[in-house]
Design a protein around this ligand. Structure first.
Ligand code: AHG
Ligand code: MN
Ligand code: MN
Length: 334
């Protein structure tokens, strides 16, 4: 059986689903091609001038790494001229980038976290790119407000992970499929079709150093996991924390688990650390398509009506039974 490339997967998906447009197919191909370029840059590391600080800050007040800026540029340049997009928004840009008038405009909005896990770039630990696609009317010049659609409106989402292998993981609402970068062919090849998250898990991911700042339901849930076989759960749990959401979510898609970045008292006015529109929503779409769940402790993340492009959100996602349990603890605490 010949290899199924991303191109072939998309063409066959389009043939079976006429509502899946040629422009959406092109968009995904372009994002995948840009991810390939980012993967190559990541691989070169210190051999070229891509490591270290950029010396600038983003809208979140975070210091930008050179690779944050490079990955953002690669995605903008790859996507501006194809005619498939109306605008793009990114973690690294205060406001959306509207497609210049010299190019045709398409009916989609692309949002991305160009480089997720920035703190891991310089130490050679897995990082990634996260993206989300929303529809927009083709005949209207878009505004920033057009981006403020709930995650349940997404028509595609995915991530590329730059780890020991580079993978492109995609959903267009028809399950979750993983494609490995074959560097000899220069193609993304389907290697993980129909990724599913087991309902049950023995593994959790949270930054434990924030424990003293958590709210009561999170403390209760984690304490029960830590008590292991001697506690109410009656079994031992294992912990992992990569500090790249892409890597932690990819592990959960591969072997189950729950990922948490809850609200905490360090910055009480922010609902959480992660960003709704280009981190939590695309990852929630993927996790749900793989049979898992994603909430902010109270609501399904994909049903949250966004109020700002860079809005933050608390995140609990992964194996459904665990997400239900910790979400239930929040409900009981009210
Ligand atoms: P980014 O590099 O895009 O800013 O995202 C980093 C995020 C996420 O990938 C990860 O799960 C989390 O920040 C790690 O946070 P801590 O350093 O607080 O553990
Ligand atoms: Mn990120
Ligand atoms: Mn980032």
């Amino acid at each position: 059986m010949s290899k199924i490339t991303l191109t072939r997967y998309l063409i066959e998906h389009q043939r079976k689903n006429p509502q899946f447009t040629a422009n959406l197919r092109l968009l995904i191909e372009v994002v995948a091609r840009a991810s390939k370029a980012i993967s190559h840059a990541v691989n070169k590391g210190a051999l070229t001038d891509i490591l270290g600080e950029a010396g600038t800050g983003n809208v979140q007040g975070e210091a930008q790494k050179k690779l944050d800026v490079i990955a953002n540029e690669v995605l903008l340049e790859a996507n501006e001229w194809g005619g498939h997009l109306a605008a793009m928004a990114s973690e690294e840009m205060d406001h959306p980038y509207f497609i210049p008038n010299q190019y045709p405009r398409g009916g989609y909005l692309l949002l991305f976290d160009p480089l997720d896990g920035s703190s891991n770039i310089d130490v050679n630990v897995s990082i990634g790119t996260i993206f989300s696609v929303l529809p927009t009317p083709e005949d209207k010049i878009p505004t920033e407000t057009d981006f403020l659609q709930a995650g349940n409106k997404q028509v595609a989402a995915g991530y590329a992970i730059y780890g020991p292998q580079s993978l492109f993981v995609l959903t267009v609402g028809d399950g979750v499929h993983g494609f490995s970068l074959d560097r000899e062919l220069g193609s993304w090849v389907l290697t993980q079709p129909n990724m599913r998250i087991p309902e049950e898990t023995k593994e959790f991911a949270i930054n434990m150093s924030n424990q003293r700042h958590w709210a009561a339901p999170v403390t209760r849930y984690i304490n029960e996991l830590l008590a292991g076989s001697e506690g109410p759960r009656g079994r031992d749990f294992n912990m992992r924390w990569v500090a790249s959401m892409v890597a932690d979510v990819h592990r959960i898609l591969s072997r189950g688990g729950i990922f948490m970045y809850p609200w905490d008292k360090r910055e009480p006015n922010k609902p959480g650390k992660l960003r709704l529109m280009y981190e939590a929503n695309p990852m929630s779409f993927i996790v749900e398509q793989a049979g898992g769940k994603a909430t902010d402790g109270t609501r399904r993340i994909m049903d949250i009506q966004p109020e700002g492009l860079h809005q933050r959100v608390a995140v609990f996602l992964g194996s459904s039974q665990e997400v239900e349990r910790v979400t239930g603890y929040h409900a009981e605490a009210k």
